[in-house]
Design a protein. Sequence first.
Length: 88
Amino acid sequence: MCKMSFKSGTTALFFAAQQGHNDVVRFLFGFGASTECRTKDGGTALLAASQYGHMQVVETLLKHGANIHDQLYDGATALFLAAQGGYL
């Protein structure tokens, strides 16, 4: 369930993942954060973390059920976004 999302569909989990705050990501899961929430362009916390090379956050999200096959509406995957940014 996507509680407390902004009009854009972003959530606290999305922003924490995007900024690489793994401790906050773990904290939010303790309060029921969901990896299934999407932004208006199809973005997820996993895609945001991948785009900015936050590997620890990616691992945490995957451990909490994030779908490695998530895609933006234009078809970009977590692997594509990481590679595009030059991240392993």
